[in-house]
Design a protein around this ligand. Structure first.
Ligand code: RIB
Length: 287
């Protein structure tokens, strides 16, 4: 792979997906779903998407030493993601996400983090020369240490939202959030050193630099089958496009196309498109 070199510090999960039944309300039991299992985890999903879209990707992650780990890492291996920084811990289980997907493609996700919550800053490389991408499914001190060691482009996807030191968002060249996460970030958004991108599901995606809008894009209209992981594909596509030197509007359009394709298929990693598909989709949309 000859594309931009990126280190993803993030989570690996096995997704246990119950789809086709309405989402339960608190205290409610619904029946009639079908069960699938897919590799997932925001870190792993973003690493896979970067690789399929043309990046040279290393993943830093922790799994259990259990059969779920092999299943969770299978697609990353097949896509050529460098897994030499993934360690299997004997005393923790591989992360598991329990996911319900409604007939309309909406989801609910509960994560049992297991080994994802066990990473320590001591285990990170002392310096990170590649571009760095982190999410918040791992301990925040690990994310903060990775950001502090980064020498290149730093991208943060603040999902799921949680406490994040000012130093991280000040250092970030790119921060990606959805509308709820943007609300949680609040006025601290003004401290972001680089671009802030706010997604809105099927609504317009906005990129801000220094509080000023630099680009706004309407995502392609698609029939969503399963939106799980579409945000991960968006983040990966956006990072890659910016690293490749696309301007803000073109980078957003590339990311939206990749995410739209992902939402038309079931699963997180199983739904992730490759570069040729995204290029063909964009050519079709523009031509
Ligand atoms: O972003 C989607 C991911 O969130 C799923 O793959 C699941 O594992 C949870 O981490």
């Amino acid at each position: 792979m000859t594309g931009p070199s990126i280190l993803v510090v993030g989570s690996v999960n096995l997704d246990l997906v119950a789809s086709g039944a309405p989402l339960p309300r608190p205290g409610e039991t619904v029946i009639g779903a079908r069960l699938e299992r897919h590799p997932g985890g925001k870190g792993a999903n973003q690493a896979l998407a970067l690789a399929r879209l043309g990046g040279a990707v290393r993943l830093w992650a922790r799994t259990g030493a259990d059969p779920f780990a092999d299943e969770a890492l299978a697609l990353l291996r097949a896509a050529g993601v460098d897994l030499s920084l993934v360690a299997q811990l004997g005393d923790a289980h591989t992360g598991v996400a329990l996911i319900s997907v409604s007939p309309e493609g909406e989801n609910q996700i509960t994560v049992a983090s297991g080994a994802n919550s066990r990473g320590s800053p001591d285990d990170l490389p002392p310096t990170i020369e590649d571009a760095l991408l982190c999410q918040l499914e791992c301990p925040v001190d690990l994310v903060a240490a990775a950001v502090a060691r980064a020498r290149g482009f730093v991208a943060l996807n603040l999902a799921p939202f949680g406490p994040i030191p000012d130093a991280c968002i000040e250092r970030a060249d790119l921060v990606v959030v959805n509308a709820l996460e943007a609300e949680a970030l609040g006025p601290r958004a003004a401290r972001i050193g680089g671009a802030l991108v706010i997604t809105a599901g099927a609504g317009r995606v906005r990129m801000m630099r220094g509080g000023v809008m630099s680009a706004e894009v309407e995502p392609p209209r698609i029939k969503a089958v399963d939106t799980t992981g579409a945000g991960d594909v968006f983040t990966a596509g956006l990072l890659l496009a910016l690293l490749e030197g696309r301007d803000d509007a073109a980078a957003l359009a590339f990311a939206c196309a990749a995410a739209a394709l992902a939402a038309t298929r079931p699963g997180a990693q199983t739904a992730c498109p490759d570069r040729a598909e995204v290029d063909a989709f964009l050519t079709g949309a523009n031509g």
